[in-house]
Design a protein around this ligand. Structure first.
Ligand SMILES: Cc1ncc(COP(=O)(O)O)c(C=O)c1O
Length: 409
């Protein structure tokens, strides 16, 4: 196992076996990390080790393997707590991912919503941060209010004070847009929400892979993310919630683990965080997520961010070489996510033709149909960069786009 102490791209890439292969006869260029990131070998090794040596169910306590599995699983919770600087391990709830995390929160908060109450979401949200709120609104008679964005794909910050009123109960906003790459000024937004007595829910799915997040500094009520975008396995994600907020929420699902005592006369619920974790949890996935976070801990994060921004600047500098290329999302503060269109070419054709050259991007509506409607496009092509990408990857993308453009337009 290599240990990366500084930002050394060759050493980093040697930790990702999957990147070292040919696709359609060409070396793979993976530019779809915003959909799901690749996992370093250390994550795969940790999962493998867990299943080979420690596998058992957790919280049962009757034998050594069970104790080991429980220790592994709970130490992953401690690792996440530390990674996002939550005040207590009680505030870290495991879910299947961001989607389930938002559903858990929306379901719980909907119990205290009344007809006419308002929920603010922005126009740049992923469906995972729209639909659970619409469902909560349908159940309760609450109303969704939409926060607009400008042409660059930034929130219209002036609008927030007009949106917040005595009926506003919840503000659900993404930290980073999966389509536009925009980094929203969440700390300031939360401050305004808090001053208005509004509960803040932050979708951090696209933020945590790119920069350090401190939930206490942000002061948000809830923060959610998925492991698989954070270089960990699929099937696990996190709800961070302030302890008092989580205490006030009813359980999400009923079953084993989440109870204190069950009888036909009535059931009492377990303490935090277990109150929200019904059934056997995703144990090996937690182990893998811990390994991913530890891996990131060995990288110089400032150097990593500089590397990613360098890749994005290089990409930006080459846009003018592709006739008819139009960027969707030109915010001032962005993570390295580039959504684009090329005149005369359908996004899905761009994706297919790049794949023939070994280059993986994503195309379509990116689970953000209202945003597509806003820009009046059916979809976009999207190249998303991670710290394991190189300048050569950026150049391969642009050389590929130029070739496609010449062939088909
Ligand atoms: C901003 C954002 N929110 C939520 C999600 C949903 O995440 P998951 O599918 O892991 O639940 C995604 C996934 O692309 C996302 O980009």
């Amino acid at each position: 196992m290599s240990t990366t102490t500084a930002f050394d791209i060759d050493s980093i890439r040697s930790d990702f076996d999957i990147l070292d292969q040919n696709i359609n006869g060409k070396p793979l260029v993976y530019l779809d990390s915003a959909a799901s990131a690749q996992k370093p070998n250390q994550v795969l090794d940790a999962i493998n080790h867990y299943y080979r040596h420690d596998n058992a169910n957790v919280h049962r306590g009757a034998h050594t393997l069970g104790d080991r599995a429980t220790a592994d699983f709970e130490s992953a919770r401690d690792c996440v707590r530390e990674y996002i600087n939550a005040a207590s391990r009680k505030e870290i709830i495991w879910t299947k991912g961001t989607t389930e995390a938002i559903n858990l929160i929306a379901n719980g908060l909907s119990q205290s919503l009344a007809p006419g109450d308002e929920i603010i979401v922005s126009r740049m949200e992923h469906h995972a941060n729209i639909v659970p709120w619409q469902m909560a609104a349908e159940r309760t008679g609450a109303v969704i209010r939409v926060w607009d964005i400008n042409a660059a794909g930034e929130l219209c910050l002036d609008q927030l004070q007009d949106l917040l009123n005595e009926k506003t109960k919840i503000l659900a906003i993404t930290h980073v847009s999966n389509v536009l790459g925009t980094i929203n000024p969440v700390k300031d937004i939360v401050k305004q929400a808090k001053a208005a007595g509004v509960i803040s829910v932050i979708d951090g799915a696209q933020a945590v892979p790119h920069f350090q997040v401190d939930v206490q500094a942000l002061d948000c009520d809830f923060y959610v993310f998925s492991s698989h975008k954070l270089f960990g396995p699929t099937g696990i994600g996190v709800v961070y919630g302030k302890e008092k907020r989580l205490e006030a929420l009813p359980p999400y699902q009923g079953g084993g683990e989440m109870i204190e005592r069950v009888s036909f006369e009535g059931t009492t619920y377990n303490e935090l965080p277990y109150k929200f974790e019904a059934g056997t949890p995703a144990i090996s996935e937690a182990v893998g997520l811990k390994a991913a976070i530890e891996y990131l801990g060995n990288i110089d994060r400032a150097a990593m961010e500089a590397h990613e921004q360098g890749l994005y600047q290089l990409a930006l500098a080459r846009v003018s070489e592709v006739p008819g290329m139009r960027l969707i999302g030109t915010a001032q503060h962005k993570v390295p996510v580039m959504s684009f269109l090329i005149e005369g070419l359908h996004p899905s054709d761009i994706g297919t033709l790049l794949d023939q050259q070994g280059i993986a991007i994503r195309t379509g509506h990116h689970c953000a149909m209202p945003l597509m409607q806003h820009y009046d496009v059916p979809g976009t092509a999207r190249a998303s960069f991670a710290f394991y990408n190189t300048e050569a990857d950026v150049n391969r993308l642009f050389d590929g786009l130029i070739k496609i453009q010449k062939m088909f337009v």
